[in-house]
Design a protein around this ligand. Structure first.
Ligand SMILES: [Cu+2]
Length: 122
């Protein structure tokens, strides 16, 4: 057992010297999004892609879209979204919208933010 622990320590040390670090537990920070913040997209089917710096729990994350008229609706998150991303889709008419995201990261912390964007005629 002692040999094993010693071996494990040497391995960890070697791995860390090689540039590996233990998985960081951090809450989710937005890295990029489609549409981007204050960005615009053409009317019609829109593929939302919201990317974070860490894995998120898709089942405990939420997307709420506010229409130009001020009506809020929940956008279903695509279950096939990558582990660090939430994807969704909606067909939208021109106007100013706001997408509110709320995500649960692996460290158990919830973060949220808004992505205001414009849907244009073309
Ligand atoms: Cu955190």
């Amino acid at each position: 057992m002692k040999t094993f622990v010693t071996a494990l320590r040497s391995f960890m040390l070697a791995a860390m010297i090689a540039g590996w670090s233990p998985p960081a537990l951090a809450h989710a920070i937005l890295i990029s999004s489609t549409p981007s913040i204050q960005g615009s997209v053409a009317r019609g089917p829109i593929a939302f892609k919201i990317k974070y710096n860490s894995r998120i729990d898709h089942h405990r994350s939420k997307l709420t879209l506010t229409s130009p008229q001020g009506a809020a609706s929940t956008l279903p998150i695509d279950p096939a979204s990558p582990v660090d991303e939430i994807d969704a889709s909606a067909t939208l008419q021109p106007g100013h919208y706001s997408l509110r995201w709320q995500v649960l990261a692996v460290d158990g912390h919830i973060t949220r933010g808004d992505i205001p964007f414009t849907v244009t005629e073309k």
